[in-house]
Design a protein around this ligand. Structure first.
Ligand code: FES
Length: 381
């Protein structure tokens, strides 16, 4: 695989194809990373267009195929697409809230060859889960998760963590144990899209984070190999940046509902890009030739401190979207990095969130569906 510094060799093809089948979703989560203007994205690709894209990416070497959204179950052709992905030789993964996953559909997805299901919960109790997603879905999710396990699938349970649910870490892990999941992904919120808009309400306190880390360590010891627990410290609390997407245009190819090809799901907000579309370009051209996929591949685009940093081969300069969101320039170092001249901005976000008395960040959450009304809602936790 090509990494930074290999600008003169043809890179490997994508390994991961993420098919974001729709932005439609029955939930309205406050930490959603989908575009904040997702309601304007109504032009979804047809079944035939998705199949053609999957085939082209497979020819280039993609081996993993994720079906995501929004809520992919809202697409009536999901089973057909899964079956086609299976036939092409992909390892297929469904990333779902579970809402809409009736027993008959589970059977159909099994017959289509689906390899793996990731179900998301927002919290471990009905009140908190339903408040955070602005829907009454907890009981239904429990049924679905139980049915997925009963059907013999390996299951990842995904819970996005933030200030409003981090204190419930024990009950979240207990829920995963009760459901018998193989893998619990405790995914601290990434501050893009709606989560960036809501960061003042979502960034945890240092005490919350410390407590959660201690509890995860204790549970790991108790559970041994029976369940894998993934817990990554939130970006803003780090001193070194994450190797976002394993490097821009290195591994990951995301296709939006309308066919726009993106090197990461958040990239659409970056200004100065015309991201290509599979309806008008081949996947090969998109991956190897398009500005959208080549601009930040390798290290020729980097400026200091990344350009001369020995860690650039490991972290790729961090996240381009985070650099843009916080500094206004996607070619800057990810400000999570302590070497970034903008690192103090990240520290300021975290410091502001420590103030429990601040009415701007104390359990006030602006929900996606309500943004136009500039409405806010209290979240009972
Ligand atoms: Fe876009 Fe990190 S989320 S590069």
């Amino acid at each position: 695989m090509t990494g930074p510094g290999d600008n003169n060799t043809r890179p490997a093809g994508p390994l991961w194809l993420l098919a974001e089948l729709t932005y439609r979703c029955p939930l309205h989560c406050v930490f959603c990373y989908n575009p904040v203007d997702y309601k304007t994205n109504t032009n979804e690709m047809s079944t035939a267009e998705w199949k053609d894209t999957m085939k082209q990416a497979r020819v280039l070497g993609a081996v993993q195929l994720g079906f995501s959204g929004g809520e992919p179950l809202l697409r009536e052709d999901l089973e057909e697409l899964v079956a086609y992905g299976h036939e092409l030789g992909y390892y297929t993964n469904l990333i779902t809230s579970g809402i809409g996953l009736k027993p008959a559909r589970l059977d159909a997805l099994k017959a289509a060859g689906l390899d793996h299901i990731q179900v998301s919960f927002q919290d471990a109790t009905q009140a908190a889960n339903d408040a955070l997603s602005d829907t009454k879905t907890f009981a239904r999710k429990l049924e679905i998760a139980t049915a997925v396990k009963a059907a013999g699938w390996p299951m990842v349970l995904n819970v996005v963590l933030h200030r409003l649910n981090l204190d419930h870490i024990d009950s979240i892990i207990e829920l995963a144990v009760k459901l018998g999941v193989e893998y619990l992904e405790l995914a601290n919120t990434q501050y893009y899209g709606w989560a960036f808009q809501n960061k003042a309400a979502l960034i945890p306190t240092h005490e919350q984070l410390k407590h959660a880390e201690e509890r995860v360590a204790a549970w790991r010891e108790k559970l041994g190999n029976s369940m894998k627990l993934l817990f990554v410290v939130p970006d803003y609390f780090e001193k070194t940046p994450k190797p976002c997407m394993s490097g821009w245009g290195n591994v990951f190819l995301s296709i939006s509902p309308d066919g726009t090809a993106l090197p990461c799901q958040a990239a659409r907000m970056l200004p100065g890009f015309e991201f290509p579309n599979v309806k008008t370009s081949t996947v090969e051209h998109i991956w190897y030739e398009s500005d959208g996929f080549t601009r930040y591949r390798g290290d020729a685009w980097m400026k200091d401190p990344c350009r001369t940093c020995p860690d650039k081969t490991k972290d790729y300069g961090g996240c381009r979207c985070q650099a843009y969101l916080i500094t206004g320039d996607a070619t800057n170092a990810d400000p999570v990095c302590r070497k970034s001249p903008d690192h103090e901005k990240v520290i300021a976000f975290v410091d502001a969130a420590q103030r429990r008395d601040n009415p701007n960040n104390y359990l006030k959450v602006q929900k996606p569906e309500q943004q136009a009304l500039a409405d806010t809602a209290e979240v009972p936790v």
